[in-house]
Design a protein around this ligand. Sequence first.
Ligand code: NDP
Ligand code: MG
Length: 330
Amino acid sequence: MSQFGEIYRDEDVDISVLHGKTIAIIGYGSQGKAQGKSLRDSGINVIVGVGDRTVHNSWKDAEADGFAVYDIEEAVKQADIVHILLQDPAQPAVYYSSIHAHLRPGQTLSFAHGFAILYGTIKPPKDVDVILFVPNGPGPVVRRKFKEGSGIYGAVAVDQDASGHAAATALAIAKGVGSTRVGTIKLSFQHETEGDNFEEQVLYGGAIQLMRSIYKVMTDNGYPASFAYAKAVRSIRSIIDDIDEVGVEEYLTRRASRTCEFAVRTSGPRVINEDAIQQIFEETEKGIFARNWLNEFNLGMPTLNRMRRTWADSDMERTGKLFRDKFGMS
Ligand code: NDP
Ligand code: MG
């Protein structure tokens, strides 16, 4: 078996390394809200740093949630741990305008994705710790699980260990957000970042393209749109939880029909182009995906804006809205 990865649970992690420390959450969006509130509920002193209040509205959310909110510069000055939860391509400009010059030796710079560090768009000074903690899920789910007394599987990584205890800090943050309740592993910045970017391209990109292709081929061939939509999108809900719960083989041989098992084993591999997946992996490892995304972002996202317009107006989206209205989420 491939190397599984060492698992850290609550009993392995000492959260008291964060006591008496201040964590500044920089950016109060999906992850900022979830991690900020959960760390506070875990007894940690949390403040929030936001960008220009005439442009960035999230300071209102942070104040409404009871946090002391500061300009990013001031939050960095007050913090022991600067936890950067801004969207990734925006991080370098904010870092160099409002964070870099205010960092002190002994502080910790923390991220939820290794993108800016791995690709060198942020180069921190040598006398701070550089760590990462990422829960494997979107902010609202992270927060809901925390409140239920559970958590989301997580990962920590250390890129720079100036203090000698950078990993302990990262694991303590993971514990404060609930991720060591279910298990957290140690990764490298490279594996976290490129693994995430690879998954987004291949798993999310591939699955969504598959849904679109199924919908198109079925409707092009005269099937009712509601039925094509159910086959393209809704069906995946019924199998994914089962597969996660019992494994692929148990699902195929015991829960699926024999016809389904035959279909999966014989036609499934023909749908997937493994050469393309390998090529995407290599492009990701060469930084080509990162370069393309940074270019796109810096140009004002022309490709994303254009594709959003096409797809928001597509037959499949209109069918999806009607499908949810008529059939609900069951
Ligand atoms: P969001 O897009 O939800 O939040 C971004 C925050 O950054 C908002 O508060 C926004 O403020 C602020 N912001 C954006 N641009 C600027 C700017 N130029 N100056 C100042 N503030 C700015 O981000 P996420 O929570 O999705 O992502 C944060 C980090 O977490 C990323 O590194 C991401 O990769 C990582 N991550 C995200 C996951 C997710 O599911 N969302 C999962 C795991 C990791 P305002 O709205 O006021 O403009
Ligand atoms: Mg991601």
